[in-house]
Design a protein around this ligand. Structure first.
Ligand code: NAD
Ligand code: UDP
Length: 336
């Protein structure tokens, strides 16, 4: 049994990772400033697992506070989810994104270095690849992010790789997520976006529950089988389990970057149909012009995750929609 520091552990993906960690017998201390989450998520995590965790409110840019937590709780590893994640907001407020994501991660690493904690699992993103030169994206695809959010992720990745080169006793797993959706099967925790959701599935779920009238489909003239955009949707619990596999793979020090996706692309219309089946009602939609900056299609090559970590995604698009709907229908207004 070990103590894992989970930054951003009250957020969407972090809360599911906490469930996976507690269920696997690990101890967890969450470090979160709740800027985009609710402490209720952590109560629910404990309810699901029948086990308690430690929650500390704080900002990852507060190096001393992190160092104190790492030392006080004898942490052995860090799962680093905390940060800002909206592509649109990053274009409007790049300095805020560089501050919270890059400077925040730098301070976290310094605190880890000072307290001798050398194992890190980091939440990166498929956005580091940028416009596809080929598909599926393999991990050696050129890294050329096209927005500030993606650039912050690439800078952090580079910082982590440089740290490993300087001290190979570190263990670093860089996980490039594709499109996380769904919720824990209990329906107790899930994604709770503030304001109008940018992402497809949370928007569809809010139409299904009656909080929004119609879905706008951003473009039906893409070079894809039905003309709508194609993405690699991955169940958030599969993603959470991928973090456990990454941690196990770091038993001996090493540094690797892996995609966490299913390897299968689904179109917007396929997602809408799957969600309609899950919720038992029709999702009304309008076809609109393309969203600026969107790519026709992308999906993951999954061999590296399977080879290095023995992990593959198991849950179907139907399960993602059914679980997302259970969360949304049980919690129409999220954690409020
Ligand atoms: P989220 O916003 O739900 O969770 C992030 C958590 O970090 C929140 O609880 C927030 O309060 C906390 N946080 C933010 N800034 C902080 C700071 N300065 N100090 C302390 N806590 C802070 O986001 P998520 O969807 O769970 O994403 C988690 C990570 O995964 C992020 O790093 C994100 O960039 C990355 N990621 C997400 C997606 C996605 O589609 N959700 C895709 C790829 C990568
Ligand atoms: N999308 C859409 N309407 C929405 C939100 C998204 O048609 O309200 C489309 C978007 O154009 C893309 C896909 O759904 O083809 C996934 O978008 P999302 O924002 O969820 O993920 P990302 O584009 O960041 O991979």
């Amino acid at each position: 049994m070990t103590m894992i520091l989970v930054t951003g552990g009250a957020g969407y993906i972090g809360s599911h990772a906490c469930v996976a960690l507690l269920a696997a017998g690990e101890d967890v201390v969450v470090f979160d400033n709740f800027s985009n989450s609710s402490p209720i998520a952590l109560q629910r995590v404990q309810q699901i697992c029948g086990k308690s965790l430690i929650a500390v409110e704080g900002d990852i840019r507060d190096e001393r506070a992190i160092e104190q937590v790492l030392t006080q709780y004898n942490c052995t590893a860090v799962m680093h989810f905390a940060g800002l994640k909206s592509v649109q907001d990053s274009v409007a407020e790049p300095l805020e994104y560089y501050d919270q994501n890059v400077i925040g991660s730098h301070r976290l690493l310094r605190a880890m270095q000072r307290s001798g904690v050398k194992t890190m699992v980091f939440s990166s993103s498929a956005t580091v690849y940028g416009t596809p030169k080929f598909l599926p994206y393999t991990e050696d695809h050129p890294l050329n992010p096209v927005n500030p959010y993606g650039r912050t992720k690439l800078i952090i990745e580079d910082m982590l790789r440089d740290q490993y080169v300087s001290d190979p006793s570190w263990g670093i797993a860089i996980l490039r997520y594709f499109n996380p959706v769904g919720a824990h099967e209990s329906g107790l925790i899930g994604e709770d976006p503030r304001g109008v959701p940018n992402n497809l599935v949370p928007f569809v779920a809010q139409v299904a529950i009656g909080r929004r009238e119609r879905l706008n489909i951003w473009g039906a003239d893409y070079d894809t089988p039905d003309g709508t955009g194609v993405r690699d949707y991955i169940h958030v619990m599969d993603l959470a389990l991928g973090h456990l596999s990454a941690l196990k793979a770091l038993d001996s020090p090493k540094c690797f970057s892996v995609n966490l996706g299913t390897g299968t692309g689904s179109s917007v219309l396929e997602v809408v149909r799957a969600f309609e089946k899950a919720c038992g009602s029709t999702i009304p939609y309008d076809i609109k012009s393309r969203r600026p900056g969107d790519i026709d299609a992308y999906y993951a090559a999954t061999e590296t995750a399977s080879r290095l970590m023995g992990w593959t995604a198991a849950r179907s698009l139907e399960a993602m929609c059914a679980d997302h709907w259970r969360w949304q229908s049980n919690n129409p207004n999220g954690y409020c």
